[in-house]
Design a protein. Structure first.
Length: 330
């Protein structure tokens, strides 16, 4: 091999090495970009607000803790389901409540004069539940109508497409009985699709009152409160059509009532195309801005909101993966 040939070969090898080094660098940059994109995605859509986290799978109720025994003097629980043209899901909602077999339960469905077969469904339940079907002024009004004149120790409302998990009422009743200082409780939630198949979970850190002023992280379908809260702060504010639960929560918090996040999955939140959460989001943005302005005294920017809730989101991410890795069991 002469010197000229060797020199050309070395030059080509050097060029090849440089190309390989450049390729490796570009791959490293691409991987770093993907990692940053994943982190930004987690920041924009943390697990507790990401509904569809995995392919639909059967909701295996056997994996949840058994229902605790019901207290001897079971407190009176009043639950209301506001409904309008949700016959497709309402049957499962009703069944999830009555199958709790809680002995001191008042359960009422307040329907807004549906025309989709809801009334026939309600009639088929016999004396199982209380119900009325009549025109109303929206969901908030329907909830207030349902609770009107009803005496109880514990209150909650469950939307007509959501479901309680087995044992929830007994668990909540036991907790309130053993913690007389606690006024409002809520728990972890399951996301299900239109067919009732599980598609995600939200495992939440403990209650944080400061963060709650910036963002509503409490799953409404898992929330229960003592009657004294309702008596003190008043009913659902009917001027709100989207954020009525956050308004109620913030008023209870401002009045000094004690909140606790329970270490248990309590209910399922159903994801479907026609749900109110998706259909009226623009209204929700306006109502949430009103509540932030009322509580904080100013209009926070998106950056200020993100900074205020960042620590809570980091904790939620830790709880999410601890549960996913079975380090935390509920």
């Amino acid at each position: 091999m002469d010197d000229e040939y060797r020199q050309r070969l070395e030059q080509r090898l050097e060029l090849l090495e440089n190309r390989v080094a450049l390729l490796e660098r570009n791959l490293d940059l691409l991987a770093a970009g993907q990692r940053r994109s994943s982190l930004r995605s987690l920041w924009r859509r943390p697990p507790m607000w990401t509904f569809e986290q995995y392919p639909p799978r059967l909701l295996n109720l056997a994996t949840f803790p058994p229902a605790p025994s019901i207290p001897a003097n079971a407190p009176r629980i009043a639950m209301v389901t506001p409904s309008y043209n949700h016959a497709q899901y309402l049957g499962a909602t009703i069944q999830s409540v009555v199958s709790q077999n809680y002995p001191n339960l008042y359960y009422h469905v307040q329907d807004g004069a549906s025309i989709d077969g809801t009334v026939d469904l309600l009639k088929s339940r016999g004396d199982n539940i209380s119900w009325r079907s009549e025109p109303d002024e929206g969901q908030s009004n329907a909830i207030n109508l349902g609770f009107a004149g009803i005496d109880s120790d514990i209150m909650a409302y469950l939307n007509s497409d959501d479901m309680l998990l087995p044992g929830t009422l007994a668990y909540v009743a036991n907790y309130f009985a053993s913690h007389p200082d606690v006024d409002v409780v809520y728990g972890h939630r399951i996301f299900v699709d239109r067919e009732g198949l599980e598609v995600g979970r939200a495992v939440l850190p403990p209650y944080d009152g400061k963060v709650l002023q910036y963002a509503d992280y409490i799953p409404q379908e898992t929330m229960f409160w003592r009657r004294r809260v309702w008596d003190a702060i008043g009913p659902i504010d009917e001027s709100f059509h989207y954020a009525m639960d956050w308004d109620f929560i913030l008023r209870a918090q401002a009045a000094g009532f004690k909140f606790v996040r329970l270490p248990r999955f309590l209910a399922c939140f159903r994801i479907h195309d026609a749900q109110k959460t998706a259909a009226t989001y623009a209204v929700g943005v306006k109502e949430m801005a009103i509540l932030r302005r009322r509580v904080l005294g100013f209009d926070p920017t998106q950056l200020q909101i993100r900074r205020a809730i960042a620590s809570y989101l980091a904790k939620q991410l830790a709880y999410h993966y601890a549960h996913k890795l079975r380090l935390l069991r509920y």
